[in-house]
Structure formats: structure tokens, C-alpha cells
Design a protein around this ligand. Structure first.
Ligand SMILES: [Ca+2]
Ligand SMILES: [Ca+2]
Ligand SMILES: [Ca+2]
Ligand SMILES: [Ca+2]
Length: 494
């Protein structure tokens, strides 16, 4: 119920998210893809105690130790080293964003990188992210947020396929995000949150971070962060000992990364081709269809698209053109001898990549973001299954992709051209997929040797526009040392 005519005392969590298990530091996070390219969004860190989130004694102990390590000018130098890492990441992504081999797990670029040395003390950074294939060691690189399910736009079936989701959680999530005030069968709208001991206003709009989901009825830190209580992406002993040590876990030898491991709120790209030009809308008007001749697609395909549109039909997705045929209207008196009765699109394996790259079914000015496509080049098997693929196919995609050259992976076409699925299966899933990702999350520890000062940042960068943006930045030093920082083994270079 909306309170009218009275001062609204409910808390508005605009841009402030409850933070990990220990409670603590909500961050503001500016994000506005629609603000246009070139807008520099500045992320600000606000340190605010969330008394509602009570921390475990373990985490408080860790916080006290880490606070001491982070204090003082050396702590600041460690922070600067971590920020150097973030800037290095941005510079590397500018030139190699399309090639996962460069940024996904690349110790040469991201492990123990020397920033500065004064002889007695040297400063380094290491960039890391959870390793989907091995929970004993992190990836030295970035995680592609486009390789996750965007919960702001995913449908109920997709959300339900995410790990640990239930109908009730999905209903509550969708109610929290949708603009209306009508609760789903098992959902909750503002009326529920008004009755809480500390009422707060719900979003009724897209979430800015996955952490914000903790505010939703039924959600908690465990659902969001899974078993990775210290956010290092590694299965630590206390994360695999059941209830013996915080956090609770299922002792199965695997690290459940929770919603954060497979869901995102920030994946988007612009509806442009590989050269940055607006795609041609095959559901558009004559002017749009006139641009088909500039796409380099075969004449047969162009003719087919125009004939299909002239017949009054619209395309569901450019992938629909794959192996597509249409019946031609019979001329009066029936077709003459040798006269074709159907038309073929002429789109097979060879043409598919260009069809997906050059065409769209949406009005395209090249500046409108399309939100939530899943990048088949970085999604885990769990994410691909949530997107709608069956488990076998999902696993085969994950197994096959390292062997597929980067230049073939700029669209999702390789799933068909490399024989992982037939035309019908590909066409069913293709509208949800992309071969590109532009938003990346990373953690970066800046540290000194030999004294061992360190600071850790958790960040998301957006490479979709002309100017890279930092969408999110948070100091997570209080989570503790993520892994042993040993520079002697690598003889780091700058
Ligand atoms: Ca709502
Ligand atoms: Ca961990
Ligand atoms: Ca445990
Ligand atoms: Ca586990």
C-alpha cells in the first residue's frame, strides 16, 4: 500500500546494496547504458554499516586483522597498485576484447604484475576471477558478465532453471523488478515490504547489481554468494566442511558460486555489426530493406527477405533465415512447367555468420542497447542450460569452444557451423545468444613484497561504448587475502 499525504519513512535502496555475508559496505553504482556512449560514469564507494545484516564472528575477526593491514600509507599504495591493475585491464580490453584467450585466464598479463619498486619494497597487482572449471585455483583474468543470465530481462522459465531457484523466488524477483503493483501467485509486491519491521521501497525497475537481490523476499546472502563466503572464487576449507565452519555448505567438493556465478544485471551490447555499423532491420520498411544490398549478403538471400516481407510476414530473428524456404503464391492457372513453387533463402553454414552479424529484426540506430544476450563463448554449461539448451549440448559447447578459432566466434553461428546443433535447434535458441561480451567483472589485489600489504577491489567495466566505463567499484579487502601472494615463483615483469 502506498502511503499518501504523509512523510514516507520507508528506506529507498537506490544505488545502495546490502553487501556480502559480513554486511558492511554498500556501493553506489551508476549505470545507464541509455545515457549514451562517452558518458563517463563514476563509481563511488560509500562505506556504511548495515546494522540489519549481522555478521558472523569469524568475519568480524577477519575484518579486524585486515583493517590493520590496509591502514596507513602503505595500504593506500596497495590500493593504487590494485587500481593500476584495473587500468591495465581496460587498456588490454580495448585492443583484445573480442578474444577470450587474451583476457579469460592469462597469468602472463594478470598475475603478479610489477607496478613500482623502490628497491626495498615492490608493488604488484594480480587480476583474478572465479574459475568455472576448477575451484582450487582462480582464473587470472576477467569474467564475462554476458556469459551469465541477465535477471532483469530473463523470462520465468529461464530464471527457474538457475541453481537453487524456486517458483516462489522467481515470482518474488519478477515482482520486485516489474513496474506494476500486481503480485504473482507466489510473489510479493510493495504491500509485503511495507509490513516488514523496517519497511523499504521496492525497485519496480531493473536491479543494478546481483547483490541487490538480497533485498527481495526469500533471497539471502547464501543464495546470492553461494558457498564462496570470502569472494575469492576458490573452495576454501571452511566452504567445504558442511556446517562445521561458516558458511554453510554441502561438502560436495565443489564451490557453489550462487546467483553471482551465473546471473548478472548488466549485460548488454549495441545492435551493431562487427564494424560498428547499425544492423539492417529485416522487419523494417522499404528504406531498411534497401540497405540489404550493402550487407554483402548473396543476392538470393536479399531477394528472399524482400519476397517474404512482401508476402506480409515478419521474421522472428535473423537466424530464421537458416535453411529457410517459402512457398510462392501460385499464379492464376497454376505454375507453368519448370516454374518454381518455392523460394530458398540460400542461407547455410557459409552465409550464417554474416546473416547474424549484419541483420536484426529490431529497429536499429546502432545506439539502442539490447540487453541480456548470453555469450556462447564464455557461458558455463549451467548458464547455457538455463538459457534453454539441454545438458549434453551445453557441455559439448563448453568442451568444443576452446578449439574453435576466435575469428569464427564473433557470432553464435559456430554452434551450427561446427555441427553442435542442427538448424532447427539452432534457430530455437539463437535469439537468446551472442558471440560477444562487453561487460566484465574482475577482482584485483594490489600488494607489496616483502611486507605483504594488500588491498582488493571488486569491479565491473563496460567496454560497449567508445569510452570504457567503470560501472562498479568496491573495496573488498575485508574479505581477507584471496590466495597466497608469492611473487618469488614468477619473477614478475611489468
Ligand atoms: Ca512490481
Ligand atoms: Ca572462497
Ligand atoms: Ca562450511
Ligand atoms: Ca559445495
Amino acid at each position: 500500500m502506498k502511503t499518501r499525504g504523509k512523510k514516507d519513512t520507508r528506506i529507498r535502496y537506490e544505488g545502495k546494496m546490502p553487501s556480502p555475508l559480513a554486511g558492511g559496505m554498500p556501493a553506489t553504482h551508476s549505470r545507464s547504458p541509455r545515457a549514451g556512449r562517452g558518458t563517463v560514469l563514476v563509481a563511488i564507494i560509500i562505506i556504511m554499516a548495515m546494522t540489519a545484516m549481522v555478521a558472523s564472528s569469524l568475519m568480524f575477526r577477519m575484518y579486524a586483522e585486515v583493517k590493520a593491514a590496509a591502514a596507513g600509507s602503505r595500504g593506500q599504495q596497495a590500493y593504487d597498485a590494485a587500481m593500476s591493475g584495473l587500468n591495465r585491464v581496460i587498456a588490454i580490453m580495448k585492443v583484445s576484447g573480442g578474444n577470450p584467450e587474451v583476457w579469460q585466464d592469462n597469468p602472463q598479463l594478470f598475475l603478479n604484475q610489477l607496478v613500482a619498486t623502490d628497491g626495498a619494497e615492490s608493488w604488484y597487482f594480480t587480476v583474478y576471477s572465479p574459475n568455472p572449471g576448477d575451484s582450487r585455483t582462480p582464473c587470472f583474468g576477467l569474467a564475462d558478465e554476458s556469459g551469465k543470465i541477465n535477471i532483469n530481462v530473463a523470462d520465468a522459465q529461464t530464471l527457474l532453471r538457475l541453481p537453487d531457484m524456486t517458483t516462489e523466488l522467481v515470482d518474488c524477483l519478477m515482482d520486485y523488478i516489474d513496474a506494476d503493483d500486481v503480485a504473482r501467485a507466489e510473489g510479493a509486491e510493495q504491500a509485503y515490504y511495507d509490513q516488514l519491521p523496517v519497511p523499504y521501497l521496492i525497485k519496480n525497475g531493473p536491479l543494478m547489481t546481483i547483490e541487490e537481490a538480497i533485498l527481495i523476499k526469500g533471497f539471502n546472502a547464501q543464495i546470492v554468494y553461494g558457498e564462496d563466503a570470502n569472494l575469492n572464487g576458490i573452495l576454501d576449507p571452511n566452504e567445504d566442511d558442511g556446517d562445521d565452519g561458516f558458511p554453510p555448505d554441502n561438502r560436495d567438493g565443489k564451490l557453489n558460486l550462487g546467483l553471482k556465478g551465473c546471473a548478472t544485471t548488466i549485460s548488454y551490447d549495441y545492435n551493431t555489426d562487427g564494424e560498428g555499423k547499425a544492423r539492417v532491420n529485416i522487419n523494417g520498411n522499404q528504406s531498411d530493406l534497401g540497405k540489404l544490398s550493402e550487407t554483402g549478403l548473396p543476392e538470393q538471400t536479399v531477394t528472399f527477405i524482400k519476397a517474404y516481407r512482401t508476402s506480409g510476414k515478419m521474421f522472428k530473428h535473423p537466424s530464421e533465415l537458416l535453411e529457410m524456404t517459402m512457398q510462392l503464391p501460385a499464379p492464376p492457372g497454376g505454375p507453368g512447367p519448370g516454374q518454381p513453387t518455392s523460394l530458398s533463402s540460400g542461407v547455410g553454414a557459409e552465409e550464417l555468420p554474416a546473416v547474424l552479424d549484419k541483420l536484426t529484426v529490431l529497429p536499429s540506430d546502432g545506439a539502442t542497447p539490447q540487453v541480456g544476450l548470453v555469450n556462447v563463448n564464455s557461458a558455463s554449461a549451467d548458464v547455457l542450460m538455463a538459457a534453454g539448451l539441454d545438458g549434453d549440448v551445453a557441455q559439448r559447447i563448453v568442451d568444443a569452444r576452446t578449439g574453435v578459432p576466435a575469428e569464427l566466434k564473433t557470432t553464435a553461428a559456430w554452434l551450427y557451423t561446427e555441427g553442435l546443433m542442427d538448424a532447427d535447434a539452432f534457430k530455437a535458441i539463437a535469439p537468446k545468444l551472442t558471440g560477444l561480451g562487453y561487460q566484465f567483472s574482475l577482482r584485483c589485489v594490489g600488494f607489496s613484497s616483502p611486507s605483504g600489504q594488500f588491498r582488493i577491489i571488486d569491479a565491473v567495466i563496460d567496454m560497449a561504448g567508445q569510452t570504457p566505463k567503470i560501472l562498479y567499484l568496491r573495496d573488498i579487502t575485508r574479505m581477507g587475502l584471496p590466495f597466497s601472494l608469492d611473487v618469488s615463483a614468477t619473477k614478475a615483469g611489468g
